[in-house]
Design a protein around this ligand. Structure first.
Ligand SMILES: Nc1nc2c(ncn2[C@@H]2O[C@H](COP(=O)(O)OP(=O)(O)O)[C@@H](O)[C@H]2O)c(=O)[nH]1
Ligand SMILES: [Mg+2]
Length: 309
């Protein structure tokens, strides 16, 4: 099960206090000698290619960074605190509690200062007064993970989404003859011509329901609409599109869509239909052809996208 949303509490370090002390000289001169306080630690979010969901935040939702060190006498500055780095999976959107996007961390090794540490206070060196430090920022934010993937398989219940996912990736996730066996998104890669292609299996789309998992289509390059409705698969496809548009009008804008009719092993003869690919996920019929088509499409896209190697 992929954990794709968590709320976390973040508190950057406060600045260290500036010291108040006196420096005495042999000629009886006395001046202020307190050193400045150190800077409080920032909290930095960093994307890691080794994380694939937000699971690690289930146990630890509270992050408090270190305060800066206090200044010392003889004008010694307190140490700055080291930043607290929190690794998140590539594809994490950070939002405030009202749902406004603060940052979209969609690139590898991307870093973002989410909470700034406080400035150290000023000691009274050569002065008669010191200045108080400032406090580190404090926030509650939502990490909203949207899985980056090449293909997403989308359809109504029992049409063979998971079977297709298994056929493409060589996995053996649960397939069953009753609706809503898949309750969460799952993803896995497969290799084709030495290219790694990632596939997302999704729960069934329900008409007029919340279909929250559709948020994972945001980062998908190809959406496969799958149906097992031999008499009118086009109707299924337009209903699916309609549900997705209801969830978000823009998701489909920049996506390549493949239309797939599954379970063709169940019938003797099939009419050739324009723009509709026919397969049997269970019997592995035309799966290699489908992989080839996917590969070609992604390769085309690759020429305009350097990150896809
Ligand atoms: N005959 C046939 N049955 C299939 C095919 N693909 C899936 N099924 C069956 O359809 C049912 C639902 O499959 P599943 O992959 O769980 O569908 P999902 O709910 O869309 O993920 C299972 O009983 C599968 O064995 C196929 O290509 N041919
Ligand atoms: Mg399924």
């Amino acid at each position: 099960m992929i954990i794709d949303e968590v709320k976390v509490y973040l508190k950057a370090g406060d600045g260290g206090r500036g010291e108040v002390s006196m420096l005495r000289f042999s000629n009886r001169r006395v001046i202020g000698g307190g050193g400045d306080g150190g800077k409080g630690a920032d909290i930095i979010l960093r994307t890691s290619p080794h994380l694939y969901d937000l699971n690690k935040f289930l146990l630890n939702k509270k992050f408090i960074a270190e305060d800066g060190e206090r200044g010392r006498s003889n004008n010694k500055k307190g140490k700055d605190a080291k930043p607290l780095i929190i690794d998140v999976p590539v594809g994490t959107i950070v939002k405030d509690l009202e749902g406004n996007i603060i940052v979209d961390l969609d690139k590898e090794s991307q870093q973002f200062i989410i909470c700034k540490g406080g400035e150290g206070g000023k000691g009274n060196f050569k002065k008669e007064y010191s200045i108080l430090p400032t406090q580190g920022e404090e926030k509650e934010v939502i990490f909203d993970y949207r899985i980056p993937n090449d293909i997403a398989i989308v359809g109504f219940a029992n049409v063979g989404k998971t079977s297709l996912f298994n056929a493409l990736t060589g996995k053996s996730f649960k397939v069953a003859d009753w609706p809503f066996t898949t309750t969460h998104c799952m993803w896995a890669p497969f290799l084709f011509n030495f290219f790694k292609i990632t596939v997302l299996d999704t729960p069934a789309i329900k008409i007029n329901a919340d279909n929250k998992f559709l948020k994972h289509l945001f980062r998908t390059k190809i959406i496969i609409f799958i149906s097992d409705n031999f008499s009118n698969c086009s109707e299924d496809f337009s209903l699916l599109k309609n549900e997705i548009s209801k969830f978000d009008k823009q998701i489909l804008n920049d996506k390549k869509i493949f239309y797939l009719l599954n379970k063709i092993d169940k019938i003797d003869k099939i009419q050739k239909m324009q723009k509709i690919l026919t397969v049997s996920a269970q019997q592995n019929i035309r799966i290699e052809k489908l992989k080839e088509k996917i590969f070609k499409e992604l390769k085309n896209e690759k020429s305009s996208c350097k990150s896809w190697k």
